[in-house]
Structures are given as C-alpha cells and as structure tokens.
Design a protein around this ligand. Sequence first.
Ligand SMILES: O=P(O)(O)OC[C@H]1O[C@](O)(CO)[C@@H](O)[C@@H]1O
Length: 449
Amino acid sequence: MGKEVTFDYSKAAGFVSAEEMANFKTTVMAARDTLVEKTGAGNDYLGWIDLPVDYDQEEFARIKKAAAKIQGDSDVLLVVGIGGSYLGARAAIEFLSHSFYNVLPKGVRKTPEIYFVGNSISSKYIRDLQQVLEGKDFSINIISKSGTTTEPAIAFRVFKEMLVNKYGKDEASKRIYATTDKARGALKNLADQEGYEEFVVPDDVGGRYSVLTAVGLLPIAVSGANIDKLMEGAASGRKKALELPYETNAALQYAAVRNILLRKGKQVEITANYEPSLHYVSEWWKQLFGESEGKDRRGIFPASVDLTTDLHSMGQFIQDGARIMFETVINVEESPAEILLQKEEVDTDGMNYLAGKSVDFVNKSAMNGTILAHTDGDVPNLLVTVPEQNEFYLGELFYFYEFACGVSGYILGINPFNQPGVESYKRNMFALLGKPGYEEQREALLKRL
Ligand SMILES: O=P(O)(O)OC[C@H]1O[C@](O)(CO)[C@@H](O)[C@@H]1O
C-alpha cells in the first residue's frame, strides 16, 4: 500500500480493547450514517463532505489568477479574519512553507510576505503591523462570512484606510479581495459597492470546515503552495473516510477511540506535535473539535502542546498530574531536512554518543520515549501519522479530522455544526461598547463590574 495518513491506537491498548472497539461499532456506524445520509442536527452545514470532489471550478481558477496577481503586485498580503476564517489558511501556510517564510530575502522567497490580522483586538499588534507595511506594496484578503465579526471588521477598517491613503480609492479597491457570503451581509454589500473581487464562503459550509473553500485556498495559493494537490489529498481522504469499513477506517477508528476514552473519564484530548510548523494545525484542530463538540455541557476539551518544547513546561503535568487526559500525537514520518550531528574533540556536553546520528533521529527517539513514558503514566496515546509535509497529505489530514469530528459529534449526541455558545461574550462586549439595541444589558452588566 502507498503512503497515507494513518491512525494507530495500539499504544492505548491497555485503555481501549479490541473487544470494546468491536462493541462500539454499531454506535459509530449509526453516527456515520447520520452524517453521510444527512439526517442529523445541523445537516444544512454538510457541504464540506463532497467539497474535495465537487467544488466550483470557475472560482478555483479565479483563486489561482488572483493569487498570481497578488504575487506580482504585492510585497505583502494581509489576511484579515478570525476563527474558521483564519486558522485553516494559517495552519496550511505554516505547515507547507519555510519555517522563516516571512523573513527570507526577496528572491529566495518568490511570493509575498503573509501576515494575519483581525484575530485579536490588540492595538499594539495593529500598530506594529502598520510599521511592517511602511514602504511596501500590499493587498488585503478580508475573510468574513457574516461581515460583522468585530475583530476582523476593526482591522479591516484600519488597513483599508492605509491602502486607500497609499494608492487612492480605485487602486485600493483592486487590491482588496473579499471572501464572504454569496448573497448577503455587510461585507458582501461593501464588496459589491466598491467593486472588490469576491470569493464565496458557501452557505452549507461552516467557518471551521471552510479551509478547502476560498477561505483557505486564496491565502494558501498566494504562499505558492499547490492547491490542486491539496484538493487531491482531501479527495483521497474523503474516499477512504466514506468507503473503508469500520475496522480499517482511520477517521471512524479515531472517533470511536476518543469517545470510548471520554466514557472512561478522559475529558481532555491533548494534540501533540514534534514539529514547530504543526503548531497552527493544532490550533485549527482545536477550533474544529472545540466549537463542534463543546456544548450542552458535554464534550472533550481540546488542548495542544508543541513538543519537545513543552516537555520542559507541561511535561510534568502530562506525566504526573490529574489523570484527565489522553494524548494524540501527530507524527510527521519523514523530515524534509537531514542534519547530521558531528563529533567534537572535547565532549563537554556529553553529546558525542550521538555523532553521526541525524537530528530527526533524536527527535523521533524523544517522541517514542515520551509516548511510552506517558502511556506508563496512564495517559492513553493515539498516533496520527503524516508521511510527509506536503499539500497532498495535508489535504488528507484535514479531511480525516473533519470527518472524524462530524462522526464524533453525533456519537456524543450534540449538533456538531452550530456554535451558540460563542454569542454570549459578543452580547456582553456589544453592551459594554454601547452598541445601539443593547441598552438594557449594558445597565445590568455595568452594575456587575
Ligand atoms: O467568518 P465570520 O463570520 O467573521 O466568523 C468567524 C468565526 O466566528 C465564529 O462565528 C465564532 O465567533 C466562528 O464560528 C467563525 O469561524
């Protein structure tokens, strides 16, 4: 069999037996059928299931064209968005690009610097980014399905003004790319009015499932990554998720194991990586599972660590603290860089025993040792293996997680495709900011502060 994204729970065998997995099959298959037959809660948000094989080809070609234009006329692309309108693109770009992409000299990096903004309300971050843009040609991709999310709306105001001041209104409009609802919303209206090039967040794809739409694809294409290969990988992941039987279906097995562990009191899942460039894959995964499953007072709390870095901070707790978690390691099988350690004349640091070994061998040994140590410390360990860091396997990985998340949510008995809980902070913030219509709440909240 060729290389592929795989799932392995053999190191959790002491916590999840083959018999339990077999017994759970009916439950998992019922959840899977609910998802695929579109009979469950949130079934109007299942457009992502067929996206890798059924996407808008005309728009896909326009995305490539826009990416080429931005590559040609911009030193910098600003990507403005938050949550599902942010994390997929960032995860992909960091996973696929040079670790120091933005600071590579011009000429070595043939594509624009890419900065993400509108994912916080930090004045310092905005001011610092304004300084980075001084003297540079730039374009903006504003991504917001609703068009009214506070964080990106604020950042867009600031950088749109900067763009207009630099280029004048007409040229600025040619440098703004709006990814939003196809028919309605504040951003849609503005884009129509100002003549921005528009891309669509499909009605039936929620933010956290939108990485393979224009939401993720335009910024990813600007970074120089091959979006055809990304879609091919996702299509391969889809075929396996839909067609393989329970026993050999990675996404179904993952959904099953995590729910069995939850029922045994493991309420936290820690996704661990051993490659810094996977940091944002974990962040994307946290939104996917956190927003999908954390509701009705249920769910597995999704956490993440970057290893071996966090073994020197969080490692103590994982090994020895409250036994509330299981760990899922994302292992990149083949490192793209081979660095061999040299022998030194005086072995002051005692590292000469590693002479001739590669840094990746050390990393993998740390990973294997840690998996066993955590297992011994009663932390069930699951392993997701990605053969190589490229577009195809990232596409497979995205789909694997999306499908597993939908199934897992239905096993849990919740609606995996809504997010009612995120409105509460927004209501309070609007009231405290004095937004018209929130006067009563404002009075009540001010008394409580
Ligand atoms: O694309 P929008 O509408 O700006 O929303 C961004 C994000 O905000 C949320 O609605 C929650 O705050 C997420 O679900 C979504 O990914």
